[in-house]
Design a protein around this ligand. Structure first.
Ligand SMILES: NC(=O)c1ccc[n+]([C@@H]2O[C@H](COP(=O)([O-])OP(=O)(O)OC[C@H]3O[C@@H](n4cnc5c(N)ncnc54)[C@H](O)[C@@H]3O)[C@@H](O)[C@H]2O)c1
Length: 468
Protein backbone atom coordinates (compact mmCIF):
# COMPACT_ATOMS: atom_id res chain seq x y z
CA UNK A 1 0.00 0.00 0.00
CA UNK A 2 1.22 3.54 -0.56
CA UNK A 3 0.90 6.30 2.01
CA UNK A 4 -2.24 7.68 0.37
CA UNK A 5 -4.00 4.88 2.21
CA UNK A 6 -3.90 6.92 5.39
CA UNK A 7 -5.53 10.03 3.97
CA UNK A 8 -9.13 10.71 4.96
CA UNK A 9 -11.79 9.92 2.37
CA UNK A 10 -11.38 12.46 -0.40
CA UNK A 11 -12.58 13.16 -3.89
CA UNK A 12 -9.71 10.92 -4.90
CA UNK A 13 -11.36 7.82 -3.43
CA UNK A 14 -14.66 8.73 -5.09
CA UNK A 15 -12.85 8.98 -8.41
CA UNK A 16 -11.35 5.53 -7.86
CA UNK A 17 -14.80 4.09 -7.22
CA UNK A 18 -16.10 5.63 -10.44
CA UNK A 19 -13.09 4.16 -12.26
CA UNK A 20 -14.08 0.70 -10.97
CA UNK A 21 -17.60 1.38 -12.25
CA UNK A 22 -18.93 0.89 -8.72
CA UNK A 23 -21.60 2.49 -6.64
CA UNK A 24 -21.51 2.93 -2.87
CA UNK A 25 -22.80 0.21 -0.57
CA UNK A 26 -26.46 0.72 0.33
CA UNK A 27 -27.93 -2.72 0.94
CA UNK A 28 -26.17 -4.99 3.35
CA UNK A 29 -26.54 -8.59 4.48
CA UNK A 30 -25.18 -9.71 7.86
CA UNK A 31 -24.72 -13.41 8.63
CA UNK A 32 -24.90 -14.10 12.39
CA UNK A 33 -27.24 -12.20 14.71
CA UNK A 34 -25.38 -12.82 17.97
CA UNK A 35 -23.61 -10.58 20.46
CA UNK A 36 -21.76 -8.73 17.69
CA UNK A 37 -24.04 -9.30 14.67
CA UNK A 38 -27.33 -8.07 16.18
CA UNK A 39 -25.85 -4.74 17.38
CA UNK A 40 -24.14 -4.36 13.99
CA UNK A 41 -27.47 -4.79 12.17
CA UNK A 42 -29.10 -2.20 14.45
CA UNK A 43 -26.22 0.26 14.03
CA UNK A 44 -26.35 -0.14 10.23
CA UNK A 45 -30.08 0.53 10.14
CA UNK A 46 -29.57 3.52 12.45
CA UNK A 47 -27.09 4.94 9.92
CA UNK A 48 -29.64 4.59 7.11
CA UNK A 49 -28.60 1.31 5.48
CA UNK A 50 -31.11 -1.35 4.41
CA UNK A 51 -30.12 -4.56 6.23
CA UNK A 52 -30.94 -8.23 5.86
CA UNK A 53 -29.92 -10.25 8.93
CA UNK A 54 -29.37 -13.99 8.43
CA UNK A 55 -29.18 -16.56 11.22
CA UNK A 56 -29.84 -20.28 11.48
CA UNK A 57 -31.27 -19.76 14.96
CA UNK A 58 -35.01 -19.35 14.32
CA UNK A 59 -35.61 -17.69 17.66
CA UNK A 60 -33.22 -14.84 16.81
CA UNK A 61 -34.79 -14.36 13.35
CA UNK A 62 -38.28 -14.31 14.85
CA UNK A 63 -37.29 -11.89 17.59
CA UNK A 64 -35.71 -9.42 15.18
CA UNK A 65 -38.69 -9.52 12.80
CA UNK A 66 -40.93 -8.76 15.79
CA UNK A 67 -38.75 -5.77 16.58
CA UNK A 68 -37.20 -7.41 19.63
CA UNK A 69 -33.47 -7.45 20.40
CA UNK A 70 -32.15 -11.03 19.91
CA UNK A 71 -29.40 -10.46 22.51
CA UNK A 72 -29.04 -8.25 25.55
CA UNK A 73 -26.91 -5.16 24.91
CA UNK A 74 -27.32 -1.49 25.93
CA UNK A 75 -29.04 0.71 23.28
CA UNK A 76 -29.84 -2.31 21.09
CA UNK A 77 -33.59 -2.47 21.70
CA UNK A 78 -33.93 1.27 21.26
CA UNK A 79 -32.11 1.28 17.90
CA UNK A 80 -34.06 -1.74 16.61
CA UNK A 81 -37.39 -0.14 17.60
CA UNK A 82 -36.52 3.13 15.87
CA UNK A 83 -35.16 1.59 12.66
CA UNK A 84 -37.16 -1.62 12.22
CA UNK A 85 -38.43 -0.44 8.79
CA UNK A 86 -34.91 -0.93 7.41
CA UNK A 87 -34.33 -4.40 8.95
CA UNK A 88 -35.44 -7.85 7.73
CA UNK A 89 -34.31 -11.12 9.31
CA UNK A 90 -34.29 -14.43 7.45
CA UNK A 91 -33.11 -17.99 7.94
CA UNK A 92 -31.78 -18.61 4.43
CA UNK A 93 -29.14 -17.02 2.24
CA UNK A 94 -31.06 -16.45 -1.00
CA UNK A 95 -31.59 -12.72 -0.40
CA UNK A 96 -27.83 -12.07 -0.29
CA UNK A 97 -27.89 -11.58 -4.01
CA UNK A 98 -30.06 -8.45 -3.57
CA UNK A 99 -27.41 -6.82 -1.38
CA UNK A 100 -24.09 -5.14 -2.21
CA UNK A 101 -22.06 -6.63 0.62
CA UNK A 102 -22.24 -9.56 3.03
CA UNK A 103 -20.63 -9.44 6.48
CA UNK A 104 -19.90 -12.72 8.28
CA UNK A 105 -20.20 -12.51 12.09
CA UNK A 106 -20.55 -16.20 12.85
CA UNK A 107 -18.82 -17.93 15.80
CA UNK A 108 -15.24 -19.18 15.49
CA UNK A 109 -14.97 -21.31 18.65
CA UNK A 110 -11.59 -21.86 20.29
CA UNK A 111 -9.91 -25.22 19.74
CA UNK A 112 -7.86 -27.03 22.38
CA UNK A 113 -4.62 -25.83 20.74
CA UNK A 114 -5.68 -22.16 21.07
CA UNK A 115 -6.57 -21.74 17.39
CA UNK A 116 -10.09 -21.01 16.11
CA UNK A 117 -12.45 -23.37 14.34
CA UNK A 118 -13.70 -22.09 10.99
CA UNK A 119 -16.52 -24.63 10.62
CA UNK A 120 -19.25 -21.93 10.75
CA UNK A 121 -17.29 -19.64 8.44
CA UNK A 122 -16.99 -22.49 5.95
CA UNK A 123 -20.69 -23.44 6.07
CA UNK A 124 -21.85 -19.83 5.73
CA UNK A 125 -19.32 -19.20 2.93
CA UNK A 126 -20.67 -22.21 0.99
CA UNK A 127 -24.28 -21.07 1.39
CA UNK A 128 -23.39 -17.47 0.42
CA UNK A 129 -21.46 -18.58 -2.65
CA UNK A 130 -24.45 -20.63 -3.83
CA UNK A 131 -26.63 -17.56 -3.40
CA UNK A 132 -24.50 -15.30 -5.63
CA UNK A 133 -23.85 -17.89 -8.35
CA UNK A 134 -26.18 -16.15 -10.78
CA UNK A 135 -25.62 -12.60 -9.61
CA UNK A 136 -24.67 -10.34 -12.51
CA UNK A 137 -22.80 -7.61 -10.66
CA UNK A 138 -19.92 -7.46 -8.22
CA UNK A 139 -20.34 -8.58 -4.57
CA UNK A 140 -18.20 -7.77 -1.56
CA UNK A 141 -17.71 -10.34 1.24
CA UNK A 142 -16.42 -9.14 4.58
CA UNK A 143 -15.22 -11.50 7.30
CA UNK A 144 -15.59 -9.92 10.73
CA UNK A 145 -15.30 -13.11 12.83
CA UNK A 146 -11.89 -13.62 14.43
CA UNK A 147 -9.78 -16.14 12.50
CA UNK A 148 -6.21 -17.42 12.58
CA UNK A 149 -3.69 -15.93 10.11
CA UNK A 150 -4.15 -17.49 6.69
CA UNK A 151 -7.74 -18.66 7.23
CA UNK A 152 -9.47 -15.88 5.26
CA UNK A 153 -7.51 -16.98 2.20
CA UNK A 154 -7.68 -20.76 2.82
CA UNK A 155 -11.14 -21.13 4.33
CA UNK A 156 -13.15 -18.24 2.92
CA UNK A 157 -11.81 -17.11 -0.45
CA UNK A 158 -11.11 -20.60 -1.74
CA UNK A 159 -14.60 -21.82 -0.77
CA UNK A 160 -16.33 -18.74 -2.19
CA UNK A 161 -14.50 -19.32 -5.48
CA UNK A 162 -15.05 -23.06 -5.69
CA UNK A 163 -18.72 -22.93 -4.65
CA UNK A 164 -19.72 -19.94 -6.80
CA UNK A 165 -17.55 -20.60 -9.84
CA UNK A 166 -16.56 -16.92 -9.66
CA UNK A 167 -13.16 -15.28 -9.25
CA UNK A 168 -12.04 -13.24 -6.25
CA UNK A 169 -10.69 -9.84 -7.38
CA UNK A 170 -12.86 -9.88 -10.48
CA UNK A 171 -16.43 -11.02 -9.75
CA UNK A 172 -16.26 -10.43 -6.03
CA UNK A 173 -13.90 -9.02 -3.44
CA UNK A 174 -13.07 -10.11 0.11
CA UNK A 175 -12.02 -8.09 3.15
CA UNK A 176 -11.02 -9.23 6.63
CA UNK A 177 -12.46 -6.54 8.88
CA UNK A 178 -12.61 -7.36 12.61
CA UNK A 179 -14.36 -4.96 14.98
CA UNK A 180 -12.81 -3.83 18.26
CA UNK A 181 -15.71 -3.73 20.65
CA UNK A 182 -16.44 -4.48 24.30
CA UNK A 183 -19.71 -6.05 25.37
CA UNK A 184 -21.78 -3.43 27.17
CA UNK A 185 -20.73 -0.70 24.72
CA UNK A 186 -20.91 -2.58 21.40
CA UNK A 187 -23.05 -0.02 19.57
CA UNK A 188 -20.98 2.93 20.70
CA UNK A 189 -17.76 1.09 19.87
CA UNK A 190 -18.97 0.05 16.40
CA UNK A 191 -19.92 3.63 15.53
CA UNK A 192 -16.86 5.24 17.15
CA UNK A 193 -13.84 2.97 16.63
CA UNK A 194 -10.28 4.11 17.32
CA UNK A 195 -9.49 2.89 13.81
CA UNK A 196 -11.04 0.71 11.13
CA UNK A 197 -8.93 -2.29 10.16
CA UNK A 198 -9.30 -3.54 6.58
CA UNK A 199 -7.37 -6.45 5.13
CA UNK A 200 -8.19 -6.53 1.40
CA UNK A 201 -8.01 -9.13 -1.35
CA UNK A 202 -7.51 -6.25 -3.84
CA UNK A 203 -7.75 -2.46 -3.85
CA UNK A 204 -11.25 -2.40 -5.30
CA UNK A 205 -12.60 -4.36 -2.32
CA UNK A 206 -10.69 -2.18 0.16
CA UNK A 207 -11.80 1.05 -1.52
CA UNK A 208 -15.44 0.05 -1.32
CA UNK A 209 -15.22 -0.91 2.34
CA UNK A 210 -13.30 2.24 3.25
CA UNK A 211 -15.99 4.38 1.67
CA UNK A 212 -18.68 2.40 3.48
CA UNK A 213 -17.01 3.10 6.85
CA UNK A 214 -16.76 6.81 6.05
CA UNK A 215 -20.57 6.79 6.03
CA UNK A 216 -21.08 4.30 8.86
CA UNK A 217 -18.75 5.67 11.57
CA UNK A 218 -19.84 8.67 13.58
CA UNK A 219 -16.33 9.73 14.54
CA UNK A 220 -14.40 10.02 11.26
CA UNK A 221 -12.18 7.11 12.32
CA UNK A 222 -9.10 6.48 10.22
CA UNK A 223 -9.21 3.37 8.05
CA UNK A 224 -5.99 1.38 7.91
CA UNK A 225 -5.79 -0.82 4.82
CA UNK A 226 -3.36 -3.66 4.34
CA UNK A 227 -3.19 -7.16 2.94
CA UNK A 228 -5.26 -9.87 4.61
CA UNK A 229 -2.53 -11.71 6.53
CA UNK A 230 -1.35 -8.46 8.15
CA UNK A 231 -4.92 -7.64 9.19
CA UNK A 232 -5.39 -11.13 10.70
CA UNK A 233 -2.21 -10.70 12.75
CA UNK A 234 -3.10 -7.09 13.68
CA UNK A 235 -6.48 -8.14 15.12
CA UNK A 236 -4.93 -10.70 17.47
CA UNK A 237 -2.07 -8.35 18.33
CA UNK A 238 -4.43 -5.66 19.62
CA UNK A 239 -6.12 -7.95 22.15
CA UNK A 240 -2.91 -9.73 23.06
CA UNK A 241 -1.19 -6.38 23.73
CA UNK A 242 -4.09 -5.15 25.88
CA UNK A 243 -4.14 -8.36 27.94
CA UNK A 244 -0.40 -7.97 28.53
CA UNK A 245 -1.01 -4.42 29.72
CA UNK A 246 -3.79 -5.51 32.09
CA UNK A 247 -1.54 -8.26 33.41
CA UNK A 248 1.23 -5.73 34.08
CA UNK A 249 -1.21 -3.57 36.08
CA UNK A 250 -2.36 -6.66 38.00
CA UNK A 251 1.26 -7.52 38.81
CA UNK A 252 1.76 -3.98 40.17
CA UNK A 253 -1.37 -4.34 42.30
CA UNK A 254 -0.09 -7.57 43.84
CA UNK A 255 3.28 -5.96 44.54
CA UNK A 256 1.72 -2.79 46.05
CA UNK A 257 -0.47 -4.96 48.31
CA UNK A 258 2.72 -6.11 50.00
CA UNK A 259 4.35 -2.70 50.68
CA UNK A 260 3.17 -0.65 53.63
CA UNK A 261 1.70 2.68 52.39
CA UNK A 262 1.62 1.60 48.73
CA UNK A 263 -1.35 2.18 46.43
CA UNK A 264 -1.33 0.74 42.91
CA UNK A 265 -3.79 3.39 41.63
CA UNK A 266 -1.30 6.12 42.53
CA UNK A 267 1.44 4.28 40.67
CA UNK A 268 -0.59 3.43 37.56
CA UNK A 269 -2.13 6.92 37.35
CA UNK A 270 1.38 8.34 37.24
CA UNK A 271 2.90 5.91 34.76
CA UNK A 272 -0.19 6.26 32.56
CA UNK A 273 0.72 9.89 31.96
CA UNK A 274 3.73 8.73 29.99
CA UNK A 275 2.46 8.85 26.42
CA UNK A 276 4.35 5.64 25.63
CA UNK A 277 2.20 3.86 28.24
CA UNK A 278 -1.26 5.56 28.40
CA UNK A 279 -3.88 5.19 31.13
CA UNK A 280 -6.44 2.89 29.51
CA UNK A 281 -6.65 -0.70 30.82
CA UNK A 282 -4.04 0.11 33.45
CA UNK A 283 -5.99 -0.45 36.67
CA UNK A 284 -4.73 -3.38 38.67
CA UNK A 285 -7.64 -5.51 39.85
CA UNK A 286 -8.84 -8.96 38.75
CA UNK A 287 -8.11 -11.37 35.91
CA UNK A 288 -9.30 -10.30 32.47
CA UNK A 289 -12.12 -12.46 31.12
CA UNK A 290 -15.02 -12.55 28.68
CA UNK A 291 -15.44 -14.12 25.26
CA UNK A 292 -12.47 -12.36 23.55
CA UNK A 293 -9.43 -11.41 25.66
CA UNK A 294 -8.49 -14.84 27.07
CA UNK A 295 -9.00 -16.70 23.82
CA UNK A 296 -7.33 -14.10 21.58
CA UNK A 297 -4.27 -14.10 23.81
CA UNK A 298 -4.11 -17.91 23.78
CA UNK A 299 -4.48 -17.77 19.99
CA UNK A 300 -1.48 -15.41 19.81
CA UNK A 301 0.61 -18.11 21.50
CA UNK A 302 -0.65 -20.62 18.92
CA UNK A 303 0.10 -18.18 16.06
CA UNK A 304 3.73 -18.30 17.23
CA UNK A 305 3.77 -22.09 17.65
CA UNK A 306 2.53 -22.63 14.09
CA UNK A 307 5.68 -21.04 12.70
CA UNK A 308 8.00 -22.62 15.28
CA UNK A 309 8.23 -19.51 17.49
CA UNK A 310 7.68 -19.55 21.23
CA UNK A 311 5.46 -16.52 21.87
CA UNK A 312 6.48 -16.62 25.53
CA UNK A 313 4.97 -13.25 26.40
CA UNK A 314 1.49 -14.40 25.37
CA UNK A 315 1.95 -17.75 27.16
CA UNK A 316 3.10 -16.03 30.38
CA UNK A 317 0.31 -13.46 30.24
CA UNK A 318 -2.21 -16.30 30.13
CA UNK A 319 -0.53 -18.14 33.03
CA UNK A 320 -0.29 -14.96 35.14
CA UNK A 321 -3.94 -14.19 34.48
CA UNK A 322 -5.03 -17.61 35.68
CA UNK A 323 -2.84 -17.34 38.81
CA UNK A 324 -4.86 -14.35 40.07
CA UNK A 325 -7.81 -16.49 41.19
CA UNK A 326 -5.67 -18.46 43.58
CA UNK A 327 -3.93 -15.26 44.85
CA UNK A 328 -7.35 -13.71 45.59
CA UNK A 329 -8.62 -16.91 47.19
CA UNK A 330 -5.62 -16.95 49.60
CA UNK A 331 -6.48 -13.42 50.77
CA UNK A 332 -10.17 -14.13 51.17
CA UNK A 333 -9.65 -17.36 53.07
CA UNK A 334 -7.40 -15.44 55.49
CA UNK A 335 -10.21 -12.93 56.09
CA UNK A 336 -13.12 -15.32 56.46
CA UNK A 337 -13.92 -15.96 60.10
CA UNK A 338 -17.07 -18.00 59.67
CA UNK A 339 -16.09 -19.63 56.35
CA UNK A 340 -18.83 -17.72 54.55
CA UNK A 341 -18.40 -15.22 51.72
CA UNK A 342 -20.61 -13.18 49.37
CA UNK A 343 -19.19 -12.64 45.86
CA UNK A 344 -20.51 -9.47 44.22
CA UNK A 345 -20.20 -9.63 40.44
CA UNK A 346 -20.38 -12.65 38.14
CA UNK A 347 -20.29 -10.91 34.77
CA UNK A 348 -16.78 -10.51 33.37
CA UNK A 349 -17.29 -6.73 33.27
CA UNK A 350 -20.12 -4.32 34.14
CA UNK A 351 -23.09 -3.71 31.79
CA UNK A 352 -23.20 -7.19 30.33
CA UNK A 353 -25.00 -10.43 31.20
CA UNK A 354 -22.03 -12.54 30.04
CA UNK A 355 -20.22 -14.55 32.72
CA UNK A 356 -17.79 -16.37 30.41
CA UNK A 357 -14.30 -16.63 31.94
CA UNK A 358 -15.30 -14.12 34.63
CA UNK A 359 -13.29 -13.54 37.78
CA UNK A 360 -16.42 -13.76 39.95
CA UNK A 361 -17.25 -17.24 38.66
CA UNK A 362 -13.67 -18.52 38.91
CA UNK A 363 -13.27 -17.15 42.42
CA UNK A 364 -16.62 -18.50 43.64
CA UNK A 365 -15.71 -21.97 42.36
CA UNK A 366 -12.22 -21.83 43.88
CA UNK A 367 -13.56 -20.74 47.28
CA UNK A 368 -16.09 -23.59 47.22
CA UNK A 369 -13.24 -25.96 46.44
CA UNK A 370 -11.45 -24.62 49.53
CA UNK A 371 -14.44 -25.40 51.72
CA UNK A 372 -16.07 -21.96 52.08
CA UNK A 373 -19.82 -21.46 51.89
CA UNK A 374 -20.20 -19.14 48.90
CA UNK A 375 -23.13 -16.87 48.06
CA UNK A 376 -23.08 -14.76 44.88
CA UNK A 377 -24.99 -11.90 43.28
CA UNK A 378 -24.93 -10.11 39.95
CA UNK A 379 -27.36 -7.50 38.57
CA UNK A 380 -27.55 -9.16 35.12
CA UNK A 381 -25.41 -12.27 34.68
CA UNK A 382 -27.02 -14.78 37.10
CA UNK A 383 -28.50 -16.92 34.30
CA UNK A 384 -25.25 -17.22 32.38
CA UNK A 385 -23.29 -17.71 35.62
CA UNK A 386 -25.54 -20.48 36.96
CA UNK A 387 -24.34 -23.01 34.36
CA UNK A 388 -20.68 -22.15 35.08
CA UNK A 389 -20.82 -22.27 38.89
CA UNK A 390 -20.36 -25.16 41.27
CA UNK A 391 -23.75 -26.48 42.49
CA UNK A 392 -22.99 -25.43 46.05
CA UNK A 393 -22.78 -21.70 45.18
CA UNK A 394 -25.96 -20.04 46.42
CA UNK A 395 -27.23 -17.37 44.01
CA UNK A 396 -28.94 -14.39 45.67
CA UNK A 397 -31.43 -12.27 43.70
CA UNK A 398 -31.91 -9.70 46.43
CA UNK A 399 -28.80 -7.63 47.10
CA UNK A 400 -30.17 -6.10 50.32
CA UNK A 401 -30.93 -9.50 51.83
CA UNK A 402 -27.61 -10.95 50.69
CA UNK A 403 -25.68 -8.08 52.31
CA UNK A 404 -27.69 -8.42 55.51
CA UNK A 405 -26.62 -12.01 56.00
CA UNK A 406 -22.94 -11.61 55.04
CA UNK A 407 -19.95 -10.90 57.22
CA UNK A 408 -17.48 -10.94 54.31
CA UNK A 409 -18.20 -9.44 50.90
CA UNK A 410 -15.93 -9.44 47.86
CA UNK A 411 -16.46 -7.02 44.95
CA UNK A 412 -15.30 -8.77 41.78
CA UNK A 413 -17.14 -6.67 39.14
CA UNK A 414 -17.34 -2.86 39.48
CA UNK A 415 -21.08 -2.57 38.71
CA UNK A 416 -22.44 0.95 39.40
CA UNK A 417 -25.05 -0.60 41.75
CA UNK A 418 -22.34 -1.87 44.07
CA UNK A 419 -20.86 1.62 44.55
CA UNK A 420 -24.02 2.31 46.59
CA UNK A 421 -23.12 -0.30 49.22
CA UNK A 422 -22.95 1.37 52.61
CA UNK A 423 -25.15 4.19 51.22
CA UNK A 424 -28.40 3.03 49.50
CA UNK A 425 -27.62 -0.56 50.46
CA UNK A 426 -27.04 -1.02 54.16
CA UNK A 427 -24.24 -3.11 55.58
CA UNK A 428 -24.23 -4.74 59.00
CA UNK A 429 -21.71 -3.40 61.43
CA UNK A 430 -18.62 -5.60 61.59
CA UNK A 431 -18.76 -6.57 57.90
CA UNK A 432 -15.43 -7.17 56.18
CA UNK A 433 -15.18 -5.78 52.64
CA UNK A 434 -12.63 -7.05 50.13
CA UNK A 435 -12.80 -4.57 47.27
CA UNK A 436 -10.98 -5.74 44.12
CA UNK A 437 -11.82 -2.50 42.24
CA UNK A 438 -11.63 0.16 44.99
CA UNK A 439 -15.22 1.30 44.41
CA UNK A 440 -16.15 1.33 48.12
CA UNK A 441 -13.42 3.59 49.45
CA UNK A 442 -16.08 5.56 51.38
CA UNK A 443 -16.11 2.61 53.80
CA UNK A 444 -12.36 2.70 54.35
CA UNK A 445 -12.33 5.05 57.33
CA UNK A 446 -15.67 3.84 58.75
CA UNK A 447 -14.84 2.18 62.06
CA UNK A 448 -17.91 -0.11 61.80
CA UNK A 449 -16.30 -2.03 58.93
CA UNK A 450 -13.06 -3.79 58.03
CA UNK A 451 -12.08 -2.57 54.56
CA UNK A 452 -9.40 -4.19 52.38
CA UNK A 453 -8.63 -3.45 48.76
CA UNK A 454 -6.55 -5.15 46.09
CA UNK A 455 -3.44 -3.08 45.36
CA UNK A 456 -3.65 -0.92 48.48
CA UNK A 457 -1.70 -1.35 51.71
CA UNK A 458 -2.66 1.63 53.86
CA UNK A 459 -0.29 1.94 56.82
CA UNK A 460 0.49 -1.72 56.74
CA UNK A 461 -3.22 -2.64 56.81
CA UNK A 462 -3.43 -5.26 54.10
CA UNK A 463 -5.30 -8.50 54.02
CA UNK A 464 -2.05 -10.37 54.62
CA UNK A 465 -2.29 -9.14 58.21
CA UNK A 466 -5.73 -10.64 58.59
CA UNK A 467 -8.36 -8.97 60.73
CA UNK A 468 -7.21 -6.61 63.45
N1 LIG B 1 -18.72 -10.82 21.14
C1 LIG B 1 -17.63 -10.09 21.13
O1 LIG B 1 -17.32 -9.35 22.10
C2 LIG B 1 -16.71 -10.12 19.94
C3 LIG B 1 -15.75 -9.11 19.79
C4 LIG B 1 -14.88 -9.14 18.70
C5 LIG B 1 -14.96 -10.20 17.82
N2 LIG B 1 -15.90 -11.18 17.98
C6 LIG B 1 -15.93 -12.27 17.01
O2 LIG B 1 -17.14 -12.22 16.27
C7 LIG B 1 -17.57 -13.54 15.95
C8 LIG B 1 -19.00 -13.70 16.42
O3 LIG B 1 -19.02 -13.53 17.81
P1 LIG B 1 -20.37 -13.35 18.63
O4 LIG B 1 -19.95 -13.07 20.03
O5 LIG B 1 -21.30 -12.41 17.97
O6 LIG B 1 -20.96 -14.85 18.53
P2 LIG B 1 -22.40 -15.35 18.97
O7 LIG B 1 -22.25 -16.79 19.27
O8 LIG B 1 -22.99 -14.45 20.00
O9 LIG B 1 -23.28 -15.18 17.65
C9 LIG B 1 -23.06 -15.87 16.46
C10 LIG B 1 -24.37 -16.05 15.71
O10 LIG B 1 -24.09 -16.73 14.48
C11 LIG B 1 -25.15 -17.66 14.22
N3 LIG B 1 -24.67 -18.67 13.27
C12 LIG B 1 -23.79 -19.67 13.48
N4 LIG B 1 -23.56 -20.35 12.34
C13 LIG B 1 -24.33 -19.77 11.40
C14 LIG B 1 -24.55 -20.03 10.02
N5 LIG B 1 -23.89 -21.00 9.39
N6 LIG B 1 -25.43 -19.25 9.35
C15 LIG B 1 -26.08 -18.27 9.99
N7 LIG B 1 -25.90 -17.97 11.29
C16 LIG B 1 -25.04 -18.71 11.98
C17 LIG B 1 -25.50 -18.18 15.59
O11 LIG B 1 -26.80 -18.73 15.62
C18 LIG B 1 -25.39 -16.90 16.44
O12 LIG B 1 -26.61 -16.21 16.51
C19 LIG B 1 -16.56 -14.48 16.61
O13 LIG B 1 -15.57 -14.85 15.69
C20 LIG B 1 -15.94 -13.62 17.69
O14 LIG B 1 -14.62 -14.01 17.99
C21 LIG B 1 -16.79 -11.15 19.01
Amino acid sequence: MNNLTFLPITIQSYTKLVRYGMKDIDRISVVGLGKLGAPFVAALAHRGFEVIGIDNDEAKVRALNQGKAPVDEPELQELISKNISRIIAVGDYSKITDTDVTFFLVPTPSESTGGFSTKYVVSSAKASAEAIKNKKGYHLFVLTSTVMPGDTEKKLISILESSSGKKCGKDFGVCYNPEFIALGSVIHDLLNPDFVLVGESDSRAGELLERFYSRFCENKARTVRMNIINAEITKLSVNSFVTTKITFANMLARICSGYSGADSDVVTSAIGLDSRIGRKYLKGAVAYGGPCFPRDNKAMAEVGRRVGENALLAVTTDEENRRITSWLADKIVSLSKDKKVLILGLSYKPDTNVAEESQGVYLANELCRRGLKVMAHDPKAMNDARKRLADSVELCDDLDKALESSELIVVTTPWKDYAGIGKEYELSSGTTIFDCWRILTHLEEDSRFHYYAVGVNKNGRSCENGLE
